[in-house]
Design a protein around this ligand. Sequence first.
Ligand code: SAH
Ligand code: SF4
Length: 377
Amino acid sequence: MRAGGRAFHGKQVFKWIHARGVTDPLAMTDLPVNVRESLGSLGLSGVAQITTMRRALDGTRKLLVSMRDGLTVETVLIPGVGQSPKGELPSPCYTEDADASAMPDDDEEEAETGKSVVRVTQCISTQVGCAMGCVFCASGVAGLKRNMDAGEIIAQVLLGRSMLDSDGAESEQLRNVVLMGMGEPLHNYANTARALRLLTHPDGIGLSSRRITVSTSGLIPEIARLGEDFGGNIGLAISLHAADDETRSRLMPINRKYPLDALMNALRAYPLPRRRRITIEYTLVAGKNDSLDEARKLAKLLRGLPVKINLIPMNPIEHSTLGPPDFSGVLAFQQLLVDAGYSCFIRRRRGDDVSAACGQLALLGAKPKIKSFLPPK
Ligand code: SAH
Ligand code: SF4
């Protein structure tokens, strides 16, 4: 280690930062003073910092995080996910709800603390902007600025953890992390995979991989890679948004490279553990993908797959006239899928009053740059 310490000092530093959230080397009291001082002069702290925090009426907190080069991303803390009545699952920036059947240890932990525990889901970003160009998405309209490195991805969790409420009768606890903020996690695979390993490292944040969900627009080779690298234990959410290729390609340019047939095969091949399901995200855009005919096609397309469906009425974004259907249309779409035998939830938007839709806060005022990632055929 360049700071002149021994190898095991590196492990201690890792624990200080990741397990305890301490980034000031001078406060790492089990390190020799000379190592603390030389680490301090190397500038250990400061991968990222919170520049703005907006708290919504429902307790959702949206943090704007600025990195060393001044670029900003957003991360959202959503309390109470998994504690709502069925059918009204809260949604962060379109987050995975906690799957109760997959979390047998929750009650034990609550009993141990003596305080009532509020579970928090954190939604994190993986890129500044996004190259995928989905037409309803603020990040897609802005285009990709750059990938985030694993340290920057993880820094969001460390910063988020430092903003959890712990005084009073309730104590917030980070329970789930979803990669559903700005960017396409699988388009930044190496850094995302490294961040997942750091997040689950037992000496660090120590999150169980089944409490982490990666959301993707459907990059087929990387879905297979994720399944192989993590044995299927990382939760998978697929942004589908249409059930026929023509409609999907119009909304999501990536569909021209990885059409629905191939995507469905990739989902069938994902080594999902028993009792887990893939989340299908379906943003409803008025007049584009919200007809009952499309719902019927969706029911047919997903037949036989272990899925649950989350319907998200589109959150309006700047520079676009697209918007959500009337709520009656959303309900009819849901009813058809429920009648077809699917678990299908309408996602309540969380933190609307703080621009909690993907990419909205970090990109407020940004000029649109419609430049999509269209890999060669
Ligand atoms: N790139 C990944 C993860 C980030 S986007 C992906 O596409 O899955 C997270 C989710 O938010 C996606 O399902 C996306 O389609 C949805 N989303 C983006 N902008 C939205 C908007 N304006 N209204 C509703 N959902 C939106
Ligand atoms: Fe990128 Fe996801 Fe937005 Fe599409 S929805 S542009 S893949 S962040």
